[in-house]
Design a protein around this ligand. Structure first.
Ligand code: ADP
Ligand code: ASP
Ligand code: MG
Length: 411
């Protein structure tokens, strides 16, 4: 008897009909003799609605209460799913994160899983029940509800698959797999059949939200192969696995974008030793992850510091930075929430020069201004005005020939 973990995202459970269709699919596997563990997201749009409601109560919502609110969406979907299964005459049990005992740290709204107790689920599976678990949530050692960060249901699924030593972990979503770029904004995007954990990590970290980055690192650590596929078709999707020789070795394997970051600039900062540490320590102490950082030199003893943070942490980061800027005598703090980071990713870039220049050239041809740049050996990222995101993604996808099966190989 195989243990199969299947995760269905928000659009897959968007309404009662879709929940019933998902239940049918799962029951089919159950009838074939598999032990089924299902992880569900909140119905599409619900988590965003909660974020909006919270914002109407408090400018910076209290993180503990935010998690009580955010976690409620998944509670609704698992209850409805269990009812759908029971209506069809099979046995099913729904479990919240704390009922499973998915223990996390206490970083509310972006908690990390510390441990998963698989006993209760195993007992129910042995008793012939389908088990449906609320994604995206856990519980601290002090019994406070936590959530794992947006998109966190993927991580719940992988954590359960690892804890149960499942035979399969499938991530069902609204596209047929992992593509060379978001198929919803670029028609020529091509589905990738197999991709390594490392390349997927890079794509996910740069905005390919089809998989939550933490789910990929957890899958890599526990050697859980992931199958990303569509809820609405039976087509084979993308396998995320350990790197092997059969994989395409592309110069550029994907184009990503991230509209969820915001820029903060502190102008005319006294350029003295320790200033970066003074600025960024309170930010990291607050659990805010800084992404790109650029320091410009000005004439004299002054410097400008620009960095990006997740948009959801922007107000908190601004509050902290304005306070420090005042203390250290910086002239001005400014910010911009309407930015996007567009990136090209590919392990093949390692041995190739000129890729970044090509990217700059393509953006220039489209008249898109670049405000920040960062590079590593396998990616180049540019921050641009958010309104040009789609244009930039399509132009880059086209220019690097990603729609074609056989892109010229690196030497
Ligand atoms: P779910 O609700 O099922 O978790 P998500 O919205 O989190 O689904 O992720 C699926 C979406 O990811 C797709 O609808 C697509 O727009 C987006 N996406 C972004 N980049 C990619 C990519 N490289 N490949 C596939 N989908 C992508
Ligand atoms: N419902 C959560 C979100 O919208 C978690 C998830 O869907 O994975 O981010
Ligand atoms: Mg998702």
């Amino acid at each position: 008897m195989a243990i199969i973990v299947q995760k269905f995202g928000g659009t897959s459970v968007a309404n009662p009909e879709k929940i019933k269709a998902v239940a049918d699919r799962v029951m089919g596997h159950h009838r074939q003799g598999n032990k089924m563990v299902v992880v569900l997201s909140a119905m599409a749009g619900e988590t965003n609605r909660f974020v909006d409601l919270a914002g109407q109560m408090q400018k910076i919502p209290d993180p503990r209460e935010m998690d009580v609110l955010l976690s409620s969406g998944e509670q609704v979907s698992i209850a409805l799913f269990a009812m759908a299964v029971k209506a069809a005459g099979l046995d099913c049990v729904s479990l919240l994160g704390d009922q499973v005992r998915i223990t996390t740290d206490n970083m509310h709204t972006k908690a990390r899983i510390k441990s998963v107790d698989s006993d209760r689920i195993s007992k129910y599976l042995d008793a012939g029940k389908i088990v449906v678990v609320a994604g995206f949530q856990g519980i601290t050692e002090d019994d406070d509800i936590t959530t794992l960060g947006r998109g966190g249901s993927d991580t719940t699924a992988v954590a359960l698959a690892a804890a149960l030593q499942a035979d399969q972990c499938e991530i069902f979503t609204d596209v047929e797999g992992v593509y060379t770029t978001d198929p919803n904004i670029c028609q020529s995007a091509r589905k990738i059949d197999r991709i390594s954990y490392d390349e997927m990590l890079e794509l996910a970290s740069l905005g390919a939200k089809v998989l939550d980055i933490r789910s990929v690192s957890l899958a890599k650590r526990h050697k859980v192969p992931l199958h990303v596929r569509s809820t609405f078709t039976d087509t084979e999707g993308t396998w995320v696995v350990e790197e092997d020789k059969t994989m395409e070795s592309m110069l550029v394997s994907g184009v990503t974008y991230n509209k969820n970051e915001a820029r903060i600039t502190i102008s005319k900062v006294p350029d003295t030793p320790g200033i970066a540490s003074r600025l960024f320590t309170p930010i990291s102490d607050a659990g805010i992850v800084v992404d790109m950082i650029i320091q410009n030199t000005r004439a004299g003893d002054l410097t400008d510091m620009t960095f990006t943070v997740p948009k959801t942490d922007y107000d908190r980061a601004m509050e902290l930075i304005e306070k420090i800027a005042d203390e250290i005598g910086a002239e001005r703090v400014s910010g911009d929430k309407h930015i996007a980071k567009v990136s090209i990713v590919g392990v093949g870039m390692r041995n190739h020069s000129g890729i970044a220049t090509t990217m700059f050239h393509i953006l220039a041809k489209e008249n898109i201004n670049i405000s920040m740049i960062s590079t590593s050996e396998i990616k180049v990222s540019c921050v641009i005005d958010q309104k040009y995101t789609e244009l930039a993604v399509r132009a880059l996808h086209d220019a690097f020939n990603l729609e074609k099966e056989n892109q010229p190989d690196k030497e």
